[in-house]
Write a protein that binds this ligand. Structure first.
Ligand code: NDP
Length: 449
């Protein structure tokens, strides 16, 4: 008999927490998970999944337009925000139920209430009940980091975008990263007037420069406006609910229905009681962990965005799996953070794996860069002047591929497969040796000259 109520108590039922809970339970551990909102976490409930549905929904405006050259006509095509929103929210409910069922089927006890750490082996629930656990896993994720200035409380975050009563006519987005560019594409596609405002003069810092330039060029052509090196001074709310946004010291405000703060996400540690067990955090509020996701307290671990290693769902899932294998599966494992593919679901999307051209030059000096700048067949036919760009970064001596970067239709779908080759350390010659699959966009990957 264990001295504790549970072998494992997980705080947070998001991607990392649910994977860790389920796998630990399958190894025979007695597991409980506490969730203050909904099982599934950011990705499923208010992130990747509903966002992707919005991307799909918003892309129909272009598809309908392009369809004319393929012989289709639509009389008076209309878009209804509430229909799309409610379908998405219903799908979120479905996934929430599926996640809940999976946990229950693995005998994981779900406590739908807030939990905080009361001691190294103690968790206090919102109901006041205190439970004990041999191990505690913190998987509380991250939360939008909204800058503070007068009226910044009128800004919305990505959390609220899935619940808007109506489609905003004008949207100002603060930030130039993932969320800014994805929602810029969504609202632009749905017909809103969109302005992206960033503090610096770059978008998507960290992605290959040529791709970022290409996205900017295409986004401007689509009508998305950008303001760079621009700061927010204040926001005032009018009686009708619309917002007056003052920027860059100018006295005349810009009006917007929605101002979206997309300025990064901070580890969610508020009120978590870390101090009650002496769990250490860094200057960015991230819980400090070792390679096995163990904190400075021997029996307390943390996975996912709350550790601010790589803020991506599949990484949190890997960390949750590695935790369960290590602690309950008698198979100590760490996560390999090399060559993690990533994508921005902008329109068109960007997908990337490995080193950018700049990073490769800094690290290797002598590199070769291959690129293919082309218009997808479908775009040519549709008279859409939107060019794709694929780039392969290769180590000069060995021919090993160091990075692969793509912007264009379906780039994430194509890159996921190609990332296997990059991760496996294949050379450009291996790509050259592969016969092209014609006609496709992906064949450009084996035809680089
Ligand atoms: P990002 O880190 O991608 O971008 C933040 C942006 O906000 C940058 O342009 C940055 O400017 C700017 N910024 C940062 N701090 C401030 C500040 N204090 N004031 C004004 N501007 C600021 O964050 P997001 O919010 O877009 O996304 C959060 C995370 O969520 C991402 O890092 C990603 O890991 C994850 N995510 C992943 C997605 C995917 O995989 N497709 C989709 C959505 C989110 P600058 O760079 O110029 O300094």
């Amino acid at each position: 008999m264990s001295d504790y109520d549970y072998d494992l108590f997980v705080i947070g039922a998001g991607s990392g927490g649910t994977r860790a809970a389920r796998v630990s339970a399958s190894y025979g551990a007695k597991v409980a998970v506490a969730e203050e909102y909904r099982v599934g976490g950011t990705c499923v409930i208010r992130g990747c999944v509903p966002k992707k549905m919005l991307v799909y929904g918003s892309h129909f405006s272009e598809d309908l337009e392009d369809g004319k050259n393929f012989g289709w006509t639509w009389d008076n095509a209309q878009f209804d925000w509430v229909t799309l929103r409610d379908k998405i929210l219903a799908d979120v409910d479905r996934l929430n139920n599926a996640y809940t069922d999976t946990l229950k089927n693995h005998d994981v006890e779900i406590l739908l209430e807030r939990a905080e750490i009361a001691g190294p082996h103690e968790v206090k629930l919102a109901s006041g009940k205190i439970v004990t656990a041999k191990y505690i896993l913190i998987a509380t994720g991250a939360w939008p980091d909204v800058p503070e200035f007068p009226g910044s409380e009128y800004m919305s975050t990505s959390n609220e975008m899935f619940h808007l009563d109506k489609l905003p006519e004008t949207v100002i987005i603060s930030g130039g990263g993932y969320i800014a560019n994805e929602f810029a594409g969504i609202f632009n596609g749905l017909g809103s007037e969109v302005t992206v405002v960033n503090r610096s003069d770059v978008i998507l810092r960290g992605y290959d420069e040529s791709l970022r330039d290409r996205l900017l060029q295409i986004a401007l052509t689509k009508g998305i406006m950008y303001k760079f090196n621009c700061t927010f001074d204040k926001i005032e709310k009018r009686e009708d609910g619309s917002l007056d946004v003052y920027m860059d010291g100018k006295t005349r405000p810009v009006q917007a229905d929605v101002v979206l703060a997309a300025t990064g996400r901070r580890p969610k540690i508020d009120g978590l009681g870390l101090e009650n067990a002496g769990v250490k955090i860094n200057e960015k509020d991230a819980i400090i962990v070792d390679d096995y996701s163990r904190t400075n307290v021997e029996n307390i671990y943390a996975v996912g965005d709350v550790t601010d290693r790589v803020q991506l769902t599949p990484v949190a899932i890997r960390e949750g799996q590695a935790f369960a294998d290590t602690v309950f599966g008698d198979n100590p494992r760490t996560v390999d953070y090399q060559c993690i593919p990533s994508a921005v679901f902008s329109q068109p999307p960007i997908a990337s794996v490995g080193l950018t051209e700049g990073e490769a030059r800094n690290q290797y000096g002598n590199i070769k860069v291959y690129s293919s700048d082309f218009r997808a067949m479908r775009n040519v036919f549709a008279d859409r002047h939107e060019r794709s760009l694929y780039k392969m970064i290769v180590e000069h001596q060995s021919g090993k591929i160091l990075g692969l970067h793509m912007i264009g239709p379906d780039a994430p779908e194509i890159l996921q497969a190609a990332a296997i080759a990059v991760k496996a350390g294949l050379t450009k010659q291996a790509f050259d040796d592969t016969v092209a699959l014609h006609p496709s966009m992906a064949e450009e990957l084996v035809l680089f000259k």
